[in-house]
Ligand binder design. Sequence first.
Ligand code: COA
Length: 367
Amino acid sequence: MPYAHITGWGMAVPEAVLTNDDLSKIVDTNDAWIRERTGIRERRVARENEFPSTLGVEASFKALQVANVRPTDLDLIICTTSSPEYIFPATACLIQDQLGATKAGAFDLLAACTGFIFAMNMAAQAIRSGSIKTALVVGSETLSRFIDWKDRTTCILFGDGAGAFVLQASDKPGGVLSAVMHSDGSGGDSLSLPGGGSRFPATEATVHEGKHYIQMDGKEVFRFATRVMASATQEAVDAAGLTLDQIRWIVPHQANIRIIDAAARGLKLPMERFVVNIDRYGNTSTASIPIAMVEAVEKGQIQAGDKLVMVGFGAGLTWGALAAEWTGPIPSKGHIRPEQYRLFGRLRSLVRRTIRFIEGLLYRREL
Ligand SMILES: CC(C)(COP(=O)(O)OP(=O)(O)OC[C@H]1O[C@@H](n2cnc3c(N)ncnc32)[C@H](O)[C@@H]1OP(=O)(O)O)[C@@H](O)C(=O)NCCC(=O)NCCS
């Protein structure tokens, strides 16, 4: 049975930084409160021309370059996002088109902030089963578009960004070792975006009632998160046949430093074993785990041979954890040039659209 190795990684965040001081000019809050209660100092906010697909494509090209994998070699693209560009088409298809990933099936997976864990598990299982060889998992969010900037209990928390991993089949043991996925829909009300779906399609009333903004019972989510982070981590470690002392790094969803701290206490592990970058990005939802991973790898914290656990929780409610052995890129010849594929992707898309247009004209003439 092939193993599913993480062989490429990349991240992309908007340039625009929104600090706590900036927020204190919009709502009744202050830097000291936000830092003490959440650990966040600043977050990135997408500009008008930045979307989950554009951030996702940037992160993906970087991941493909690290793995030295051509977009045309991808069999599968899963984009996990709670702020999809449209209800359909899937953001994954927009990314597939912009990458020029001609062979890949592409779909979105929505498990809120736990999405990256669920998507990684799905991609790894597809590789383990032998049905595919190469997958791209992208976590990308522009949740800032769904935030009520008058609501100080939510607008301080979230930020935008994207992270992407390439997974490849290899006979060498390692890569994704285990994963656990959990859901409890009875807690769906505690964190939701009610408007814009088929229950509350956009109307004047839904806009007026604020149904298109994130709604959250912060205390309830906090209690739930502190309950599940340690237990999910332990479950993934047990499922991998490992013990906690063999785990070099825990990469938690970056929602609140106090939640990460509670998980560390629950697992009786020092905070130094946790990868934390919440201070600079806030909660980027499903992108937070890959962004934290990419930074830790690039800083040389996570190294080949390290065993680690990614653990997350979010709306749904959902929670889960994934244990992996970090290996790095599979040695290969030549170097892919993202710029070449970016151009190829654009040209291919244009040609496909033109062919579709001509086909439409011919079809009309035939009728
Ligand atoms: C939202 C959250 C930061 C609030 O922190 P908290 O310690 O629970 O704060 P509370 O809601 O008890 O509020 C304490 C006080 O601060 C005030 N407050 C709330 N937000 C504030 C802000 N941004 N700035 C200043 N004061 C604020 C409250 O009004 C309250 O004042 P009061 O005591 O006079 O009533 C915290 O509950 C949390 O992180 N929850 C989890 C959210 C989450 O992770 N969501 C995403 C999941 S993926």
